[in-house]
Write a protein that binds this ligand. Structure first.
Ligand code: PKZ
Ligand code: FAD
Length: 672
């Protein structure tokens, strides 16, 4: 495989690691990309984006002021957007505008975030999923061609989670065939939408629809908020940026207030529900929640996004751990590479395995999503609840796991991991937001729990369940599973844990209602358990999917690749079994001896994977321009880069900062 040759000599420790690797790296890269042809396509696209050179910042993004950072990000977004529009989409096909391949090239331009991300990330998908054919013809080409720039304005100051509680109103006036958008309260200010503050000239708005004096719940509208020529907000629109936050600091998350702002009837996105010219409301014939479609789509794509982010953090931390030496093991011997510490391997090898687990699961989820869309086209919405339950829990657990693994990667890099130049803080703060946005962790797990409780009741009634919960048919009446110390045994035990927890939730709810509580209170009192049950279900799905997809995808692989891919999947199973020993003890016959044996095998597996660690992260094939890391570059020039980056600090522009003469010296002389 053509590696982009490093300009400098590779650090000798890192070079030695590469000699140790005993599998074909390119073969693993092809597996991750989804095939050899996909790797070739990805590299072609990366060459277009990365050779353009526009990503190069003279001053690091983080050293700029808020305004400069935003302006610089817009500059780069325009160069990047133009490349996507004119060159990259020609290769992927326009229908793949959100391909992970395009997504990863964006990271070469932005350490933090592009103010245009939500245009392609949510505005365009909403047009695709929510417009009639006529509306699609009107809006989509303009959006894809970037003649209009959009945002997704759903969340309000007062409500993000509870969409039905949104307060913005869209009241239909049949005389003028217009909707009047209005923000009646402070809490109805739209709040948070990415790109809305300063960049977007259009946005999709979620508002309560009123017609013929009746509220029909939340619906989507496309709204032009700024003049296309002057970019001034239109009369009736108050729009701005919400202020500095933990991450997302180069984008302009926005607020928006409507003062009786009028839009034509045709601007209601009417693929599912409609308002006729005379004001008659026609509800969706298929399903009441189809306006939530963009959220389902993004939740599905976030699983692959998490794989990508973990693979970046793991690459940085593992390459650094091969270069870094610390602490004498024995007197007069060289200090070991920190990667030789089993505790370090425990922090990091699970990250490699998780990146693979999420990548394979995300492909499987994507196929499930496509199958549900195909069903819905034929008018069948029966598979939607299962997709909603799956995408909700996988979004919640993948973002939460990614966050804790990325934090482990930072811990694994000691003090240097705290430097922005390592890129780990950027990756961390980006992923921290994913745990909240697009549906908070707890809230989404409770959505899955709702589905699981129903499924459990159906299993009890002897009904045959759909694929992802079919284990409830087999395990509903099982008490404690006989522990079986095989890989399949571990997966089965997670299904039994999930079934046991769901069963316990059902019992708690029933006990509480039997003692006089109404159903809502009984549910509320049980929510801590319900979140645990949904998480357990998600773990069972993840373990099962990773294991079976890994076996399928490596069927034709070479023996060495098969072996290392197999080792990673086993590591994943064992890691989670050991993390959940309490549950295993509760729901299976596992003994202390079995668990000790599992721990011993896990530690041996870490040692077996050790020689391949650098090879495994090289297989992610993340170019230095994408990694943006002083600690993680291919050549391992860690210390040189840290010094180079330190010199870029604006505080080093002059030998003495003016504050010395202004404040410190007077203080020293007692003249302040
Ligand atoms: C170069 C390329 C760059 C591209 C780069 C890409 C990167 C990609 C970057 C993205 C970047 C994003 C940046 C953040 C963008 C935001 O964050 S946008 C805002 C997102 N907001 C949220 O996710 C809000 C979360 N809240 C919700 O989804 C809903 O309120 C809840 C929690 C699902 C509850 O909804 P509800 O209407 O109150 O429904 P509820 O009464 O609980 O349930 C009623 C029934 O509806 C069902 N239901 C609820 N939701 C659904 C659904 N969605 N589907 C089907 N059924 C549903 C329930 O299961 C339930 O069924 P039953 O049990 O009755 O059978
Ligand atoms: C970086 C970032 C970008 C964003 N971009 C956009 C965007 O482009 N467009 C957009 O419309 N929105 C956007 N959002 C908003 C985002 O979707 C919401 O913040 C998110 O859905 C969570 O809603 P909330 O803020 O109302 O949290 P809350 O619901 O207020 O959550 C607060 C706490 O209450 C708990 N809680 C809430 N409800 C329940 C319940 N029913 N049961 C148990 N616990 C509950 C939660 O678990 C959480 O612990 C963005 C947010 C961030 C952070």
């Amino acid at each position: 495989m053509k590696i982009n040759k490093p300009k400098h000599d590779v650090n000798p420790d890192l070079a030695k690691e590469r000699l140790k690797c005993n599998f074909n790296i390119e073969e693993v890269t092809n597996i991750i990309d989804g095939g050899k042809d996909k790797t070739v396509q990805r590299k072609k696209i990366e060459d277009i984006a990365l050779n353009n050179g526009a990503s190069l910042d003279e001053v690091p993004e983080e050293c700029l002021s808020i305004k400069e950072r935003y302006e610089n990000a817009v500059r780069k977004s325009c160069v990047y957007g133009n490349l996507v529009r004119n060159e990259m989409l020609e290769i992927t096909g326009i229908e793949n505008f959100e391909s992970p391949v395009l997504r990863r090239t964006a990271d070469a331009f932005f350490k933090d975030i592009s103010p245009f991300m939500l245009h392609l990330g949510m505005f365009v998908p909403t047009l695709i999923g929510q417009c009639t054919p006529e509306q699609t013809a009107e809006w989509l080409p303009k959006a894809l061609d970037m003649q209009i720039i959009g945002a997704y304005a759903q969340t309000e100051l007062g409500h993000g989670t509870f969409i039905r509680g949104l307060e913005t109103t869209a009241t239909y006036n049949p005389e003028k065939e217009e909707f009047v958008l209005h923000s009646p309260t402070i809490t109805s200010y739209k709040w948070w939408a990415g790109g809305l503050g300063k960049t977007a000239n259009h946005c999709v708005v979620m508002a309560q629809l009123y017609t013929q004096g009746k509220c029909h719940g939340t619906h989507l509208f496309i709204v032009k908020i700024r003049d296309l020529d002057t970019h001034m907000p239109l009369p009736g629109i108050t729009v701005g940026e919400i202020g500095p936050r933990m991450g997302f600091s180069s984008a302009d998350n926005g607020f928006l207030r409507f003062d009786h702002f009028r839009i034509p009837r045709e601007n209601m996105l009417m693929k599912h529900a409609k308002v006729e010219k005379d004001g008659v409301y026609v509800k969706s014939a298929k399903h009441g929640k189809l306006t939530y479609g963009t959220m389902v789509f993004i939740r599905v794509t976030l699983v692959s996004e998490m794989s990508f982010n973990i693979s970046k953090a793991a690459t940085i931390a593992i390459r650094y751990s091969a270069v870094r030496r610390q602490t004498e093991l024995r007197p007069n011997e060289p200090e070991p590479q920190i990667l030789d510490y089993p505790t370090q391997q425990h922090k990091l090898f699970i990250c490699i395995a998780t990146a693979h687990a999420f990548q394979l699961t995300s492909c499987w989820l994507w196929n499930t999503f496509q199958a549900v869309l195909a069903d819905m086209k034929k008018g069948n919405v029966d598979t939607l609840p299962e997709l909603h339950a799956l995408s909700s829990c996988l979004k919640a657990v993948s973002t939460s796991d990614a966050l804790s693994h990325i934090e482990q990667c930072r811990f694994a890099c000691g003090g240097h991991g705290y430097m922005l130049s390592s890129n780990l803080p950027f990756i961390y703060s980006f992923v921290a937001a994913t745990r909240t946005y697009e549906g908070d962790y707890t809230v989404l797990l409770l959505q899955t729990a709702r589905f699981l409780v129903k499924a459990s009741e159906q299993a009890e009634a002897g009904k045959k369940l759909t694929q992802t919960v079919s284990y409830l048919n087999r395990t509903a009446n099982a008490d404690r599973l006989n522990w079986d110390n095989t890989h399949e045994g571990i997966i089965k035990s997670f299904q039994v844990i999930a079934a046991g927890k769901i069963g316990q939730c059902v019992k708690s709810i029933r006990d509480r209602t039997a003692s006089g509580m109404d159903y809502e209170d009984a549910w509320l009192m049980t929510t801590v358990q319900l979140v645990g049950a949904a998480e357990a279900h998600c773990r069972a799905v993840l373990l099962n999917t990773y294991w079976s997809e890994m076996r399928k995808i490596t069927e034709a692989s070479s023996a060495d690749v098969k072996k290392v891919m197999h080792q990673l999947a086993v590591l994943y199973l064992m890691y989670w079994a050991l993390e959940k020993t309490g549950d295993l003890l509760k729901y299976s016959s596992v003994s202390k001896k079995d668990l000790d044996e599992l721990q011993r095998r896990y530690e041996e597996l870490l040692a077996e994977l050790r020689p391949n660690a650098v090879g495994l992260v090289d297989a992610f094939d993340l170019r230095d321009e994408i990694l943006h890391s002083s600690l993680g570059s291919y050549d391992g020039r860690v210390y040189e880069r840290l010094i180079e980056e330190a010199h870029k600090s604006p505080l080093n522009d002059e030998p003495v900062n003016q504050s010395f003469h202004k404040y410190t010296k007077p203080l020293m002389l007692g003249k302040l």
